[in-house]
Design a protein around this ligand. Sequence first.
Ligand code: G3H
Ligand code: 13P
Ligand code: ZN
Length: 333
Amino acid sequence: MALINLRRLLDHAAENAYGVPAFNVNNLEQIQAIMEAAEQTSSPVILQASAGARKYAGEAFLRKMVEAAVEAYPRIPIVLHQDHGASPAACVQSIRSGFTSVMMDGSLREDAKTPADYAYNVDVTRRVVDMAHAVGVSVEGELGCLGSLESGLAGEEDGVGAEGALSHDQLLTDPAQAADFVASTGVDALAIAIGTSHGAYKFTRQPSGDILAIDRIQAIHRRIPDTHLVMHGSSSVPQEWLAILREFGGEIRETYGVPVEEIQEGIRHGVRKVNIDTDIRLVMTAAMRRAMAQDRAEFDPRKILRAAKDAARALCALRFEAFGAAGMAERVG
Ligand code: G3H
Ligand code: 13P
Ligand code: ZN
């Protein structure tokens, strides 16, 4: 199957009440792990690349590795999505590179740090929608800033994300404004702010409703039932993998992610795309630390990377199953 766009996949997900994990990719092993899990569970896939991924791997390598995935897994529908585009120019570059979906993150200014005002967000997002739709590419927008309801701080990660303190209003997407935003821009999917943030340090305790506002998803969905909602910062930060990371020398403070059951609750209320990056990074690094510690004589990086890939594949398979995407690959029209 050739690449498909995000709209087509999320329309199918909405019709069949499931969610699709969108996994960030940077290298060969991550792409292979995700594709192996998709094949094993017969799931459609969203592979997404950030500006950081393009810097790490290079545009040509990313493009060719995804082409290889399409060729190697002909029965799996694949969306190639640009994560957190900081400007219309960045989105155009990805469209030219062959991405079938782009995120215009106009919740932040082009520096990817300063929260933008609403008028700016509408303006840049609508411009991207006009260009992208002309060539069949889907667009995700974002309204509200990712950050912690616990600390009131924005969620900067690897140079991307707002900096400093944010108001409660900025940290939670307003349903009425979301309706206006979708009508004004024509986006295919909308990323919302509900208290999640990027990276491993999301919550200092197992999150409850006061710091992870799952009920806000219901309010937004009631207002715009036909819009596909996107949850960013949706890694679950599995405690069992944190334990392995620590056991083999990793240093990571006590921390909690977004429980899978909360994501499932979101999927029951219109969430169709669930962004996951940190979990893959965590399990791969934990598996590599363990593999290297358990066989200190091993110097073939393929053995170490195999362990990382196996761990990532198992994690991705669990998410495909939990979000209801398993078994859907052949049914996406
Ligand atoms: O959007 C956030 C993702 O975790 C991307 O992270 O910029 O380090 O690739 P990255
Ligand atoms: P995590 O850091 O929780 O994996 O979130 C990734 C993300 O939202 C990418 O856009
Ligand atoms: Zn994100």
